[in-house]
Design a protein around this ligand. Structure first.
Ligand code: AMP
Length: 281
């Protein structure tokens, strides 16, 4: 596995591969890798000849009172996982190579997707995500990039940004890796105490309950309200439980079939997010 901190040397190698007509897949991460990330690497390997992974804890997507400083950084362990999973390049850019002037002026944003759901409670978060992914796309210039459906709002935002900015990159969504009780794997799960971890599976059960209820009687407000109440009773502090169009994340039009139920809820120090797509006929 090749490792680079600066884009210039990495681009030399990637240029060689492109001349050889090798297809390049890219998996951006913030590190502290788990099985969910590794499943994205495996998907990337199935789609391309070479896989580039990045580990970069992006300061511009954290709010002033969020966990940027505390975010778990485990680079050497991550590098071992990535190598074992068959990653060809690990890109760990310096902050200066992504933000050469410190504060960036050239932000990238997709307002229809960045201001709703998680974006409504984390102002600036998705603008930071879109901006860093655009930078990384320019440095890596992959043929395909793989993102987790676990961060469903992020996946749709990246898809839209990619099309609107004309990046010639195929965006692939990969399924959410879960623990046995349904909890979506996340670097932030380690903020949970043993007791909180024991209760955390309730969030996925709540999503399944909403989807089943909506399919049974169509009453979206009743089922999202009862899921919110159930999470509160379990000790969560929900930011939202919402059913939306799985294509636009807007409130579903009558008769719209492709739906997604999304939830974000605090449990102790951890803010957990999850979602479940379902189809109504
Ligand atoms: P992060 O390091 O949290 O920024 O995530 C990097 C990538 O891994 C994103 O595309 C996430 O959606 C994806 N990811 C995170 N958790 C999971 C999971 N449990 N299953 C699948 N993909 C995930």
């Amino acid at each position: 596995m090749h490792r680079f901190n600066e884009p210039v040397a990495m681009r030399e190698l990637l240029r060689e591969w492109r001349i050889q007509r090798l297809k390049i897949a890219f998996v951006p991460t913030m590190g502290n890798l788990h099985e969910g990330h590794i499943s994205l690497i495996e998907r990337a390997r199935s789609l391309a000849d070479r896989v580039v992974a990045s580990v970069f804890v992006n300061p511009t997507q954290f709010g002033p009172s969020e966990d940027y400083a505390a975010y778990p950084r485990t680079l050497e362990r991550d590098a071992g996982f990535l190598q074992a999973a068959g990653t060809d390049v690990l890109f760990t850019p310096t902050i200066a190579s992504i933000y050469p002037f410190g504060e960036t002026e050239a932000w990238v944003d997709v307002p229809s997707l960045s201001g709703i759901l998680c974006g409504a409670v984390r102002p600036g978060h998705f603008r930071g995500v879109a901006t860093v992914v655009a930078r990384l796309f320019n440095h890596v210039a992959p043929d395909v990039a793989v993102f987790g459906e676990k961060d469903f709002q992020q996946l749709l935002l990246i898809r839209r940004m990619t099309v609107d900015l004309g990046f010639p990159i195929e965006i692939v969504g990969a399924p959410t890796a879960r623990d046995a009780d349904g909890l979506a794997l996340s670097s932030r799960n380690q903020y949970l105490s043993a007791d909180e971890r024991h209760r955390a599976g309730a969030i996925y059960r709540a999503l399944k309950g909403v989807a089943a209820g909506v399919l049974a009687d169509g009453n979206i407000p009743a089922h999202t309200a009862s899921a919110t109440a159930a999470l509160e009773a379990d000790g969560f502090r929900p930011d939202y439980v919402e059913v939306r169009s799985a294509l636009t994340l807007q409130p579903p039009a009558p008769g719209e079939q492709a739906l997604v139920v999304l939830a974000a809820a605090w449990l102790g120090r951890a803010r957990l997010i999850d979602n479940l797509r379902f189809t109504r006929s």
